[in-house]
Design a protein around this ligand. Sequence first.
Ligand SMILES: Nc1ncnc2c1ncn2[C@@H]1O[C@H](COP(=O)(O)OP(=O)(O)OP(=O)(O)O)[C@@H](O)[C@H]1O
Ligand SMILES: [Mg+2]
Length: 213
Amino acid sequence: MLQASNISHAFDYQLFSNIDFTLKTHESKAILGRSGSGKSTLLHILSTFIKPNSGDVRLFNRDIYSLDESEIEHIRRYDLGIIFQAHYLFKGMTALENLEIATILAETNIDKSIIEKLEISDNIYQKIGDLSGGQQQRVSIARVLSKKPKIIFADEPTGNLDKETAKLVMEVLLDYIKNNSASLVLVTHDETMAKFCDKCYLLENQKLNKYFK
Ligand SMILES: Nc1ncnc2c1ncn2[C@@H]1O[C@H](COP(=O)(O)OP(=O)(O)OP(=O)(O)O)[C@@H](O)[C@H]1O
Ligand SMILES: [Mg+2]
């Protein structure tokens, strides 16, 4: 599904050198690392939002840097689900309206069972601004899953959640990939959440290495 090779990138200083990363159908991989190590940047590279200084990213067997903007837009809209660290929900709208925007764009339907599993059924008619941080986070996860993506990129999806709710979110994400032939890249600093994934990696000193699993 995803093959990234030789990824190097610098901002004011070198952030990555020659990183490789692959992801197969049904696979879940966690990327751990300290704050500032570049986890979000790497996720944005893998999910087409940042072009690295050098290296290749292939999604669904296509070299994304050879595609034009409309082809990339198509992949983003129909095949990728990105749970951003800053979740970009529309604050003045209700949770349901936020989900509807995603399903209209991706031409899918809202999956009630996901809303129930995430325990936000009672919040669906509330305005985003009236929800707690953790409820907003779960709405943003429901919104991404409603698109029925093939790859989920999740940046700290359990950051605002208590342990029990965080575990629930991990179960929902892993159930989703199992039932939809999808796959998951999870960025987190929480080892307990990372261990739910098939494999774990540590981003450190510009490199991505296997980490305890
Ligand atoms: N657009 C940008 N321009 C310049 N520097 C950037 C940009 N985006 C990120 N950086 C820098 O790259 C480094 C890595 O940032 P990134 O957000 O990827 O870290 P992170 O591992 O996700 O951290 P956190 O765990 O705090 O979310 C930071 O030092 C950050 O300041
Ligand atoms: Mg980050």
